[in-house]
Design a protein around this ligand. Structure first.
Ligand code: SAH
Ligand code: SF4
Length: 396
């Protein structure tokens, strides 16, 4: 066994077969979709064309009912409905923040729940999606980290979050209507619950579907994967997904990072920086985002700011540093740095020639801000009714 094996990596079998024996077509790659069609009676000669048609219905037009796939023969539609379903996570509650941020609690197979957050801005709309129920890592400032991993999400459940949000935003185009370029949902960040690089294949397949030009069609530059630093999977992310990368950096010495982001004990700062320096897409237009949570008296000194710059310069990494004011959660062992401290820290970085935006806290009133997500089952069970009542929803 490699001494550098991930701390804990729970890879679960994908429950493709649904209880009634039907196969969910959502989340299948094009090749898998083609194979599924052939398996269930589509003649091989036709399979490529049918795959393209069905793909478009599902991902371009957002259809869930085979009966609506009007360019397929009626008998064939009925045959499809016999064997397949088109299923995405079900919305349990939807809360809308004062600032327009929407937080969805979604139910997935097995009764588990994940949170998805939509953040509207002037020039874009970003969907923050989850890759696991809970997280096996235990970053000490993260609420999700206090919840044990329950399971990895399937590719269907990951891309299904995007489809669910498009449903809610009413953003599926109508066949035949003129192309509308305005996109309410224009960006995806894998910054919800879970460590996406501990669920690599499912995240990859889901993002490939989101990028496919004959479907949801988001550019790879509009997808950002955030990782706490699973070093062996970072090069693979560049090769097999090709999206932008964000790193939960958060500390400038191994001593502090070991505590804040314990995966650092497995792959330390130097090993992480080494692999980032060679992230194939790194160029000035595709900088790596260093996420840095501002914790009062822990990682926010002037010396930290200088060390951070030194790390990045030494490894010549085109970078921007995203400063995240710590979002408190019940029982959190840290406090947010003062605004003055955050500004002073940002200024040192800026003076050194790097962009250092301070992330605006969004959706805090509905616990939708970074690191406040902890679904699940636990909290939701206790207070789902209450949450729904507060948001003026009926909770169904
Ligand atoms: N597991 C991945 C992605 C999910 S976390 C990762 O760690 O990168 C998304 C971002 O929110 C990470 O940068 C994470 O460090 C940050 N975060 C977690 N808890 C936070 C909190 N309480 N306040 C602010 N940011 C937090
Ligand atoms: Fe997991 Fe990311 Fe939270 Fe760390 S910060 S516990 S890796 S979700």
């Amino acid at each position: 066994m490699s001494p550098k094996a991930p701390i804990t990596q729970d890879v679960m079998t994908i429950p493709r077969k649904l209880p009634e024996g039907k196969v969910n077509l959502v989340g299948l790659t094009r090749d898998q979709l083609r194979a599924a069609l052939i398996d269930h009676g589509t003649p091989e000669k036709q399979a490529k064309m049918r795959t393209g048609q069905i793909w478009q219905w599902i991902y371009q037009w957002g259809k869930r009912d085979f009966a609506e796939m009007t360019n397929l023969a009626k008998a064939y539609r009925a045959q499809l409905a016999e064997h397949f379903v088109i299923e995405i996570p079900e919305v349990v509650t939807r809360q809308v923040s004062e600032d327009g941020t929407r937080k969805y609690l979604c139910r997935i197979a097995g009764g588990h729940e994940v949170e998805v957050v939509y953040i509207p801005e002037d020039d874009r709309g970003t969907l923050c999606i989850s890759s696991q129920v809970g997280c096996t890592l235990t970053c000490s400032f993260c609420h999700t980290g206090t919840q044990k991993l329950v399971r990895n999400l399937t590719a269907a459940e990951i891309v299904g979050q995007v489809m669910m949000a498009r449903d809610d935003l009413d953003e599926w185009p109508t066949p035949g209507a003129p192309k509308d370029e305005t996109r309410l949902l224009s960006n995806i960040v894998l910054m919800g619950m879970g460590e996406p690089l501990y669920n690599f294949e499912n995240v990859r397949d889901a993002m490939k579907i989101a990028m496919d030009p004959e479907g949801i069609s988001l550019s790879r530059r509009r997808i950002t994967l955030s990782t706490s630093g699973v070093v062996p999977e970072i090069a693979r992310t560049a090769e097999e997904i090709g999206c932008l990368l964000a790193i939960s950096f958060h500390a400038t010495t191994d001593e502090t990072r070991d505590v804040l982001v314990p995966i650092n004990k497995r792959w330390n700062i130097e090993e992480l920086l080494g692999v980032l320096a060679s992230y194939p897409n790194v160029s000035n237009s595709e900088r790596i985002t260093f996420e840095y949570v501002m914790l009062d008296g822990v990682n926010d000194s002037d010396d930290d700011a200088h060390r951070l710059i030194d790390h990045i310069k030494r490894h010549k990494i085109p970078a921007k540093i995203n400063l995240i004011p710590f979002n408190e959660w019940p029982g959190a062992p840290y406090k947010r740095s003062s605004n003055n401290r955050i500004r002073a820290f940002a200024n040192i970085i800026y003076q050194a020639g790097y962009a250092s935006p301070i992330r605006k806290t969004r959706g805090e009133d509905i616990m939708a801000a970074c690191g406040q997500l902890k679904s699940a089952t636990e909290r939701a069970r206790k207070s789902r009714k209450q949450i729904a009542a507060e948001a003026g929803l009926d909770g169904s």
